[in-house]
Design a protein around this ligand. Structure first.
Ligand SMILES: [Zn+2]
Length: 92
């Protein structure tokens, strides 16, 4: 197993993180109608063997959806390169 060590505290149930949404497919010219975006998400469960993998309740502006461990969960990616991953909210 290879994943970078979390640079922030471990996630725990009830914490709010960001989920990187899936944008629309990249066109031939490299543009996207809708790029990936940060969405608020509540941690619903944490993988005991890999605490960087969590289940999420993702809060979209027009509705919520569940992303449970049983369906693969969401892995931490602080670089925000992988749609479907989560990261700690940016400090603004
Ligand atoms: Zn974010």
């Amino acid at each position: 197993m290879s994943h970078s060590a979390p640079s922030r505290p471990r996630p725990s149930v009830g914490r709010v993180v960001h989920y990187l949404s899936h944008g629309t497919p990249v066109r031939d010219d490299g543009t996207q109608a809708f790029p990936a975006q940060c969405r608020a998400a509540t941690v619903t469960e944490v993988d005991e063997d890999d605490p960087t993998r969590v289940g999420l309740l993702v809060h979209n502006p027009t509705g919520n959806f569940f992303h449970p461990l049983a369906a693969g969960g969401s892995s931490q990616d602080e670089a925000k390169q992988q749609p479907g991953s989560w990261h700690w909210p940016e400090v603004v």
